[in-house]
Design a protein around this ligand. Structure first.
Ligand code: KG4
Ligand code: ZN
Length: 353
């Protein structure tokens, strides 16, 4: 296959309709239409609302990406699409659209894994990932430690959350503090004025016994409950809730556990580069703490700019480009959308058995 394929990537796993275009590792377009405002008043994404929004946004967003990149559909070498994991109905819209574009243009289709795509997007800013990396993938739906020996063929889970995802914890705690949805950005901002040591919130699964069974796993639901109890106690006592201090202390607990376990996993597995990905990787404290701890441990750290951390089509295009360059066989045109696609399936097979 060509060395610098022109790839169009489509992402619809949650509430962002993302269409990105890359040539090799060069980002040409990153068009995103979000339905987040339609979900905000519910405090979470409503799947059916997201699916309808994807349907409406799909064709105009593809057109916007083609215009931004200054290319025509006929110029595109391959179409990549998130096949899973994610919301079933939302995924279906993207997968159906990608099949239609691939068929219409007569180009190969790559049905790819959303989590591997979150790691791949870093290649658009920091160049190819050639050696094994430790992926710390933290988003609204996932918190995983991944051993990525080969981005095209070998992504292995070392650990994951056993309850809430990190982003989910941000969203729930924001709600407790009366901050808007999604909660990551407002907590990130509020925490800047707070004291991260003000309240000693629990660090899930870091005790000696938990570390035996769950060394590289995460748990954030106990932390969320601890924050809720702490706020309730203040309110019962008729005292004001110090939003900045709660935000900073909560954030410190999340980032501490994520970076501590990620650094240890990299060291234990002899991996010398860490890559951050997913919406929570946009967090300023996580990025700063990862920088310090990776430097202390002699690890190289890579992460993309915040806008590429949250869901977008460029990440899907980046993975598609990597697969095409690595000469991985494209997917069959009858691939399903798989809402629970396992993390180690980087792309779907060339035929459905
Ligand atoms: O990757 P993403 O866009 O969607 C999923 O695949 O889930 O991640 C969305 C999540 C939300 O939970 C949001 O609150 C969180 O990422 N997030 C952040 C920040 N920006 C987005 N969390 C912490 N700090 C941020 N700056
Ligand atoms: Zn995501």
């Amino acid at each position: 296959m060509m060395s610098e394929p022109l790839v169009l990537g489509i992402e619809t796993s949650c509430d962002e309709t993302g269409v990105g275009i890359v040539r090799g590792h060069t980002l040409l377009a990153d068009a995103v239409a979000s339905s987040v405002d339609e979900h905000a008043r519910f405090g979470g994404v409503i799947p059916e609302v997201a699916s309808r929004a994807h349907l409406e946004a799909m064709v105009p967003t593809v057109q916007r990406a083609l215009d931004d990149a200054g290319v025509a559909l006929s110029d595109i070498d391959a179409i990549a699409v998130t096949a899973g994991p994610g919301l079933a109905g939302a995924l279906l819209v993207g997968v159906a659209a990608a099949k239609a574009y691939a068929l219409a243009a007569g180009k190969p289709l790559y049905g790819v894994n959303h989590l591997a795509a979150h790691i791949s997007v870093d290649t658009l800013e920091n160049g190819p990932i050639t050696d094994p990396v430790l992926g710390l993938l933290v988003s609204g739906g996932h918190s995983s430690l991944l051993q990525v020996d080969d981005l095209a063929t070998s992504v292995r889970p070392l650990g994951a959350t056993i309850d809430d995802a990190a982003g989910e914890a941000y969203d729930k705690v924001a709600r407790l503090l009366g901050l808007p949805f999604p909660g990551g950005p407002p907590i990130d901002a509020a925490a800047r004025d707070g004291d991260p040591a003000a309240i000693a919130f629990p660090r899930g699964l870091t005790g000696a016994r938990d570390m035996e069974r769950h060394r590289y796993d995460f748990s954030f639901s106990g932390l969320k409950t601890a924050v809720a109890r702490w706020i309730e106690a203040r309110e019962r006592a008729g005292q004001p809730v110090p939003v900045a201090d709660v935000a900073a202390s909560f954030q410190e607990a999340v980032c501490d556990v994520l970076t501590r376990k990620a650094v240890e996993a990299a060291r234990t597995h002899g991996i010398d580069t860490m890559v951050l990905g997913g919406g929570v990787a946009a967090n300023t404290r996580l990025r700063a703490m990862a920088e310090t701890r990776c430097a202390d441990a002699g690890l190289r750290l890579r992460f993309p700019r915040p806008k590429l951390c949250t869901d977008n089509g460029a990440m899907v295009a980046a993975l598609g480009s990597h697969l095409a360059t690595a000469e991985v066989a494209p997917s069959a045109l009858d691939i399903p959308a798989n809402s629970s696609l396992p993390v180690d399936v980087v792309s779907l097979a060339d035929r459905v058995s």
